[in-house]
Write a protein that binds this ligand. Structure first.
Ligand code: FAD
Length: 281
């Protein structure tokens, strides 16, 4: 964790593109409330295969026009180079200079993977096409990507993204800080010196969290799972326990020198604000 301490701590908030006009109105309020915390940027997710691509563009543009810094996520799976070139140009035209570059996952039922196979190829393409215009963030997996053939391969594949020109990384969420500390140490052993910012998922709904964690390979430790199961439908207890556990973990991460936190807000303010206030940030 040594070199992580050299970076000033920075905080960012992630949204997904709203699906309805009501959702869009609500997101403006959420954004304006979180903006008071002076984040470095707001990022907006991107649906592979076209499902939310216009939504990402519209949401990012609105954030930028309101005077805040926005970073669109961009996934390359299923895309052509021409398609990615056009998207990059549209973001440059909007004055956007930070991007989260991902492979993404093929939507079920689709087979044409397109012209990119892995995120390192997207990073390389962005650098070739736009030089140093974008600050490029990539994804990191302290508990390893579910499709990785081994921990070592996954680390080496992460290194490919940095070697291709990524500037920093945001992690998949995790509930085991030791997995993050070990991952960062392994990266340092590979000579990687970029900031690796922990992705933080507030706990608000156990069923949803369990389903999503299974898919993305984030482990919910047994003691957390058992507690959450025991609360059943008691949302207040889940919320209170979740705030406590995640605040404690964030505190540990920042104390150990993590270069900031990236909150998966799920387009709501309360859980993120509660953790923020507990941390006294
Ligand atoms: P990669 O880095 O390409 O890795 C994918 C897998 O391939 C890994 O197992 C890796 O070990 C292996 N691999 C990588 N490169 C090579 C190579 N050159 N040769 C052989 N194997 C290789 N998904 C979305 O659809 N939209 C989003 O907006 C979105 N935002 C995200 C934000 C963050 C911070 C994170 C952590 C994830 C996000 N995801 C998003 C999920 C992400 O798209 C999936 O986890 C996806 O399965 C992998 O994307 P990646 O960019 O990490 O892929």
């Amino acid at each position: 964790m040594e070199n992580q301490q050299e970076y000033p701590q920075q905080f960012s908030f992630e949204f997904f593109p709203p699906k309805t006009p009501e959702g869009a109105d609500k997101l403006i309020k959420v954004r304006d409330t979180l903006a008071e915390l002076k984040p470095k940027y707001f990022s907006v997710t991107f649906g592979a295969g076209g499902s939310t691509q216009q939504g990402t563009f519209d949401t990012v543009t609105a954030i930028q026009q309101a005077g805040f810094s926005a970073a669109p996520h961009l996934s390359c799976v299923g895309s052509t180079k021409e398609n990615i070139r056009e998207i990059l140009k549209s973001y440059m035209d909007q004055g956007i200079n930070r991007i989260v570059a991902l492979r993404g996952d093929m939507p079920s039922g689709t087979h044409d993977i397109g012209e990119f196979r892995f995120a390192n190829e997207l990073v390389e393409f962005i650098r070739t096409e736009t030089n140093d215009h974008f600050h490029i963030e990539v994804a990191a997996y302290p508990e390893f990507h579910p499709q990785a053939s081994s921990a070592e391969d996954d680390l080496n594949n992460f290194k490919r993204k940095i070697d291709a020109g990524a500037n920093s990384a945001i992690t998949q969420y995790f509930f085991n800080p030791d997995a993050y500390f070990r991952f960062v140490d392994d990266c340092e052993d590979l000579g990687l010196t970029i900031p690796i910012v922990p992705g933080i998922m507030p706990i608000t709904n156990y069923t949803q969290l369990a389903r999503f964690s299974d898919m993305c390979g984030a482990e919910i430790p047994r003691w957390i799972r058992k507690r959450l199961e025991s609360y059943g439908d008691d949302k207040d207890s889940i919320r209170a326990f979740g705030e406590d556990v995640i605040s404690e973990m964030c505190h540990q991460l920042l104390e150990a020198g993590a270069p900031g936190l990236h909150f998966y807000t799920m387009n709501v303010t309360k859980p993120t604000l509660a953790i923020w206030n507990n941390l006294g940030l």
